[in-house]
Ligand binder design. Structure first.
Ligand code: UD1
Length: 311
């Protein structure tokens, strides 16, 4: 993507800032972020960058931004990213994770905005715990939490706007993304960011459940590759894609791996599982591979790159 005008909601957050930094040298990038989890310091300084501190639930702000800009690409990454946080705050989560999507789609429809692509970040959480693995895009959808319901509803609404109103759109179902600049400072942060923070600062780690729950952990660079492919492929129009690696890793695997790799003991405490927590989540990525996706990192090389950056 070059010489385009791009909006990234959640652009100061983990995935958003990584994407912005990749696009900034050759594009104009506008960021909206409420800085609840993100930080503008994640972003490279650039004359191509416009930073707006505000919430995607603020319709007046969205309208103003769209009045002042004609965007080519919109990456809607702003979200309450934590499944457990959504269980604690279902209504606030809904406003951020669903209403904001509709608000943007409505502006695009009613103001007849012509864009190249709207990319919505959905989640592997939509599949829930239905036991067939790995998850394919056509697998049974059984959301278990407000987070998963809103991600699926948003994703479907985006596809309806694509089909009925010709707002060109695609969606990603991210599995568990990790890497530098993922904020570890909340009990609701991503597991790997918390683990790395515990290793660095010798803090105790809490595991919810027996640690045998498994995820498909995907390194941020592979996620950027996927986002850029999906945004620019003709084939991906109106389509949703799993974004993962296809590999299974349990939390206990991760602790063993980090300890052996760094030679540091982690003080682990096991406690009750979280409500709505998924036991096993692994992706089938054949569909994404058909448009050229070729993930470069397995857990070992991804963790190594992340840890080299952190230590
Ligand atoms: C994660 C993402 C979510 C994404 C989904 C896709 C975050 C915060 N969540 O949800 O945005 O849509 O993947 O699959 O990035 N855990 C502990 N101790 C902790 C923290 C977590 O044991 O201190 C456990 C959780 O109970 C869970 C696992 O680690 O079993 C992963 O949790 P988390 O990193 O929050 O990710 P998901 O819920 O899978």
């Amino acid at each position: 993507i070059q010489n385009n005008n791009i909006l990234i909601t959640g652009g100061a957050g983990f995935i958003g800032s990584s994407l912005a930094n990749r696009l900034l040298p050759n594009n104009k990038v506008t960021i909206i972020d409420d800085l609840s989890m993100g930080d503008f310091s994640n972003l490279s300084s650039s004359s191509n960058l416009i930073k707006i501190k505000g919430s995607v639930t603020d319709k007046a702000l969205l309208e103003k931004v769209f009045e002042e800009n004609d965007f080519d690409y919109i990456f809607h990454l702003a979200a309450v990213a934590s499944v457990a946080d959504s269980v604690a705050r279902p209504y606030e989560t809904h406003q951020v994770n669903f209403d904001s999507t509709m608000a943007i789609l409505e502006i695009l429809r009613t103001k007849k905005k012509s864009i190249k692509r709207f990319i919505f970040s959905s989640s592997a959480a939509v599949y829930g715990d239905e036991p067939t693995l790995p998850k394919q895009e056509e697998s049974i959808i059984r959301p278990l939490t407000p987070y998963a319901v809103d991600k699926f509803a948003s994703e479907r609404m985006v596809m309806v706007y694509n089909d009925l109103y010709k707002i060109p759109a695609s969606a990603t179902r991210f599995f568990n993304v990790y890497g530098p600049n993922q904020n570890p400072n909340s009990p609701y942060s991503g597991f790997i960011s918390i683990l790395v923070d515990c290793l660095k600062n010798q803090k105790p780690l809490t595991i919810f459940g027996d640690g045998e729950q498994a995820r498909d952990f995907v390194y941020i660079d592979d996620v950027l590759q996927a986002l850029l492919l999906i945004a620019t492929s003709d084939q991906s129009l109106g389509q949703v894609y799993n974004v993962g690696t296809g590999a299974k890793t349990t939390l206990n695997d991760l602790i063993r791996f980090s300890q052996s790799d760094l030679g540091k003991e982690v003080d682990v405490k096991y406690t009750e599982p979280r409500e709505g927590d998924i036991k096993l989540s692994i992706s089938n990525i054949q569909k994404l591979k058909k448009i050229g996706y070729n993930p470069k990192y397995n857990l070992e090389s991804g963790m190594k790159k992340y840890l080299d950056y952190e230590f």
